[in-house]
Design a protein around this ligand. Structure first.
Ligand code: CDP
Ligand code: CDP
Length: 218
């Protein structure tokens, strides 16, 4: 399936990757891979099982055997709808910690490749263009200022019924950026051939149109 076109959308937390990726997938009729959800699902299971971060083999095994299912906009762990539970900040923070474990990244590798199916795939995450789909037809690196991203995350959490504190969020976000950028394996970095899109002062519609324009002109 290496002929199937892929669009990768990588970037830091709350830059709008998920929102933009899902809109592009709808517009093109492509499949969608929310790779962050795989790390969040693994993190949720590790938290529930009270596995310490030091147990890399145990957490990698959870990733290897992840009973993840994606149906429309619903994400399941076996038969349980965890779409809401995996969006908690606690889960996101744990996801960014376990994502630094090489064994976990290895365990999720083949699972992610399997999403490359006709007629095409839009994949969002941190290493979609650099590690998982280096042959993607279009690579986008979506970014925005830390303040803009914290604002977006704040609104998103409140809308979903979670409580949130702006100062804590900004601190979490900076810590997450540092962990994602500074780790030894698959660090967050724009691919050499990625188009960089700073959306600090840009709405979702405009970002979607820009990506579609790039794709059409490839
Ligand atoms: O929504 P947000 O950008 O905060 O996070 P996410 O995309 O759901 O991913 C959660 C965490 O998983 C991130 O902080 C990353 O550390 C990790 N992740 C990763 O390492 N590689 C990916 N391809 C996707 C996510
Ligand atoms: O996936 P990632 O963590 O990068 O971000 P997201 O979950 O898509 O969340 C971004 C939030 O910011 C969503 O609520 C969007 O509606 C909003 N937003 C955006 O994505 N892009 C903009 N240019 C402006 C706002």
């Amino acid at each position: 399936n290496s002929n199937v076109p892929v669009i990768t959308i990588d970037g830091p937390t709350a830059s709008g990757k998920g929102t933009v990726a899902s809109r592009i997938a709808d517009r093109l009729g492509f499949h969608l891979l929310d790779s962050g959800a795989l790390y969040r699902l693994t993190a949720l299971q590790a938290l529930r099982g009270a596995l310490p971060l030091s147990d890399e083999a145990g957490i990698a095994k959870l990733a290897q055997q992840l009973p993840a299912r994606f149906r429309d906009d619903v994400i399941y762990l076996a038969d349980e709808d965890v779409s809401h539970a995996i969006r908690a900040e606690e889960v996101g923070n744990m996801a960014s910690k376990i994502a630094a474990l090489p064994g976990v990244r290895r365990a999720l590798f083949d699972l992610q490749l399997g999403f490359r199916q006709a007629p095409g795939l839009v994949a969002d995450g941190r290493d979609m263009g650099t590690v998982i789909f280096p042959t993607a037809k279009l690579k986008v690196f979506l970014t925005a200022s830390a303040e803009a991203r914290a604002q977006r995350r704040y609104k998103q959490l409140i809308d979903k019924g979670f409580s949130a504190n702006m100062n804590d969020l900004l601190a979490d976000l900076r810590a997450r950026d540092e962990r994602d950028t500074g780790r030894a394996v698959a660090p967050l970095v724009a691919a050499a051939d990625a188009h960089i899109l700073d959306t600090s002062a840009m709405g979702v519609d405009q970002a979607v149109e820009q990506v579609l324009t790039w794709y059409t002109h490839k």
